[in-house]
Design a protein around this ligand. Structure first.
Ligand code: IMP
Length: 193
């Protein structure tokens, strides 16, 4: 079976993609190819960051690769936190701080529209492809639910009556930004095979 690298160290994401691509590709993570480098994510868009990571692996390891990057874009904040989503509160991957900063900045705001956007960059057979997925919704005034991660507890998608943090993983995947981008990637990859 053909091997493809998913440029991530996130075991949960890796497992999810392995399941989706099973039968078509063997999906391996960065650790599996011995890559422990701190791959730069210095672009100013999520597409740019996804591409940086995929390019890094394809150039340094000579393997086909895909990579994802996600941002939460809030209308009233001019698209923030956007590409800064992981470190909006000042400390990388500190979701509590990130959420507190959003809730503070959104105090008194009546326009609470927002969307999550995921970009997946694929470099295969020397060609580059970008797949996107988005989900629209609203930012609540306080946290609801304890599941999920990141900004899940303050984001209510339009398709549901509760936040992502109050859903099962399957319910979330069916409508989420990442779920939709991954479905497009998987459809493309299965056509190629
Ligand atoms: P990443 O590109 O998937 O690492 O996402 C960047 C940041 O966006 C994460 O650190 C989270 O704060 C946020 N994020 C990404 N995906 C989700 C999600 O599905 N729910 C809530 N927050 C997310």
């Amino acid at each position: 079976m053909k091997k493809i690298v998913f440029a991530t160290n996130n075991a949960h994401k890796l497992q999810e993609l392995r399941q989706i691509m099973s039968g078509h590709y063997e999906v391996v993570g960065l650790a599996d190819i011995g890559c422990h480098d701190d791959i730069p994510e210095t672009a100013d868009t999520i597409e740019g960051n996804a591409l940086l990571k995929a390019k890094y692996v394809s150039e340094h390891y000579g393997m086909d690769c895909f990579s994802d990057d996600t941002g939460l874009e809030i209308e009233a904040l001019g698209g923030e936190p956007g590409v800064m989503s992981a470190r909006y509160g000042g400390v990388a991957h500190d979701s509590e701080r990130n959420i507190s900063k959003v809730l503070n900045k959104m105090q008194g705001q009546t326009n609470r529209r927002a969307r999550f956007r995921t970009a997946i960059a694929l470099i295969a057979n020397g060609q580059t492809h970008i797949f996107e997925g988005e989900v629209r919704g609203t930012i609540l005034t306080e946290r609801h639910g304890t599941g999920g991660f990141g900004y899940d507890s303050i984001f209510k998608p339009d398709e549901a009556d509760c936040t992502f943090a109050e859903m099962s993983a399957d319910q979330k995947n069916a409508i989420s930004h990442r779920g939709r981008a991954v479905a497009r990637l998987a459809a493309f990859m299965s056509r190629k095979n």
